[in-house]
Design a protein around this ligand. Structure first.
Ligand code: NAD
Ligand code: UDX
Length: 481
């Protein structure tokens, strides 16, 4: 393979959009075309209102998409999938791989049908050799399936080389993660064709990533390494959350525990923040996928081990909800409860698997009147998540309102529940914070704050008259000695 000059990316989502914007910016001589089945998504990428919110994304997209005096236009968003495939030398597949909802492995295994659809498309339309790169997170050995389909359907004389190149970006910090990745992982077959293809892809990244951070290895290791990384990260959160329950029962403080263990250089401080439970489109899906793969490989003990990471996460959400109900004297009927934060983490408008969804569902089932405020999540998104509620008796709009103003959301409420760690909710921050004193004066009494993210200074709020309950800490009712 020579140098890559044309790249196609199938899937213009949270991964495809940002990765291609950065790739195009860093490779001004390479033309990058991102394609998708969804016309509205492509239209949004071509507009001034991008389909996803991500700090720094606009600058990356605008630079390469619109060009300028000092740089060419080399980033394109299109629905002409066939044309983009055939023109490219290298094709990223970054379509969604959600958890299966029906059939064998429903609720556990990954649905690879979108990947297969994309692969079949590539095989049908390609008239010249292609490097096909798995960027989606897939079950280990998916590349084997891809190779088989490409070979069976591809035109005679056209060679396909399949690489694995999993993506490690986290939402909210996607651009930062893409500009300065801990590592780039490229898996290939270890024969001449495979190694040459891996080298060609490495060349694209080497424009901005130091060589020693571009790691190559065998295809299957690379595929499994992605699932392993997410499983280990999620496992750390479930471990700290399991410990938070012990803290609440003993008077120990989970933030102090995390600090104490995190200073051990073998453990390290990251991903040890206790919370109401992890959300996002990846952790649960990928841990369950790993558990299901293990089960299919007749390794039930391994499957049970990874399953427990997800079980603890469900337990944590449930535990927090029960604590709220208990503190509010075991009845929420017609009580106003303000929910601050609906996204699954700060700095993103994404709500996939957000803990807020199941917690609000449970509170609605108790008869609470919920008012939601989130600085980024679109109101239409909140309604579409809430529609799926099981708890509501009758129309969910009788129970839930969405507020554009944090003070409106809190006015007259019995309790505030912080579910996303947006900076503006913290009373530790000097700037951009909300006025908790103003909120205190507008609420019903006794006024509770349930901090599902441990971002408030509980002492200061208690001075204002709040009763405060944090994750993994003794609450306001606890005898402090
Ligand atoms: P997404 O749902 O945001 O985007 C996927 C896009 O692919 C959609 O716009 C969909 O319309 C399109 N698509 C599906 N099938 C198609 C086809 N056959 N042809 C053309 N377009 C098609 O998903 P995402 O969050 O970008 O995730 C993509 C993959 O990357 C998943 O496997 C995910 O596990 C993995 N991943 C995601 C993240 C993350 O933070 N979101 C991080 C690392 C890895
Ligand atoms: C994750 C991985 O971090 C990333 O490498 C992978 O590519 C995709 O999945 P993401 O889900 O976007 O990224 O965000 P992440 O920052 O990992 O947070 C996931 C969830 O865990 C969030 O709900 C977050 O609030 C929660 N979390 C994170 C904790 O509860 N405690 C922590 O210490 C860290």
């Amino acid at each position: 393979h020579g140098r890559i000059t044309k790249i196609c990316c199938i899937g213009a989502g949270y991964v495809g959009g940002p990765t291609c914007a950065v790739t195009a910016n860093k490779n001004p001589d390479v033309s990058v075309t991102v394609v998708d089945l969804s016309e509205s998504r492509i239209a949004a990428w071509n507009s001034s209102t991008l389909p996803i919110y991500e700090p720094g994304l606009w600058e990356q997209v605008q630079g390469a998409r619109d060009g300028g005096a000092d740089r060419p236009q080399n980033l394109f968003f299109s629905t002409d999938i066939d044309k983009a495939i055939d023109e490219a030398e290298l094709i990223f597949v970054s379509v969604n791989t959600p958890t299966k909802t029906m059939g064998a492995g429903a609720g556990l295994g990954s649905d690879t049908s979108y990947v297969e659809m994309a692969i079949r498309k590539i095989a049908q339309v390609a008239t010249s050799d292609k490097i096909v790169v798995e960027k989606s997170t897939v079950p280990v050995r998916t590349a084997e399936t891809m190779r088989e389909i490409l070979k069976a359907i591809g035109k005679p004389g056209v060679h396909f080389e399949v690489l694995s190149n999993p993506e490690f970006l986290a939402e909210g910090t996607a651009i930062r993660d893409l500009l300065a990745p801990d590592r780039i992982l490229i898996g290939s077959l270890l024969n001449d064709h495979g190694l040459q293809a891996a080298a060609a892809l490495a060349e694209v990244y080497a424009r901005w990533v130091p060589r020693e951070r571009i790691i190559t290895m065998n295809l299957w290791s690379s595929e499994l390494a992605k699932l392993a990384a997410n499983a280990l990260l999620a496992q750390r959160i479930s471990s700290i959350n399991a410990l938070s329950a012990v803290c609440e029962a003993t008077g120990a403080d989970i933030d102090e525990i995390a600090f104490a263990v995190g200073t051990d250089s073998r453990i390290g401080p990251k991903m040890l923040k206790a919370s109401v439970g992890f959300g996002g489109s990846c952790f649960k899906k990928d841990v369950l996928s790993l558990a299901y793969i293990s089960e299919c490989l007749h390794l039930p003990e391994v499957a049970a081990y990874w399953q427990s990471v997800v079980d603890i996460n469900e337990y944590q959400k449930d535990r927090f909800t029960k604590r709220i109900i208990r503190c509010l004297y075991n009845t929420l009927n017609n009580k106003k409860v303000a929910v601050l934060g609906f996204s699954y983490k700060k700095d993103t408008g994404d709500t996939r698997e957000s803990a807020a969804i199941s917690i609000i569902d449970a509170l609605v089932a108790e008869g609470a009147k919920i008012s939601i405020y989130d600085p980024q999540v679109l109101e239409s998104q909140i309604w579409s998540d809430i529609e799926k509620f099981k708890g509501a008796r009758g129309d969910v709009k009788q129970y839930v309102t969405v507020c554009k103003d944090v003070y409106k959301a809190c006015e007259g409420a019995h309790a505030i529940i912080v579910l996303t760690e947006w900076d503006e909710f913290s009373n530790k921050q000097i700037r951009k914070r909300m006025d908790w004193q103003r909120v205190a004066e507008s609420m019903d009494r006794p006024s509770f704050v349930f901090d599902g993210r441990n971002i408030v200074d509980a002492g200061k709020l208690e001075e204002m008259g709040f009763r405060v309950e944090c994750i993994g800490k003794p609450g306001s009712g606890w005898f402090k000695g």
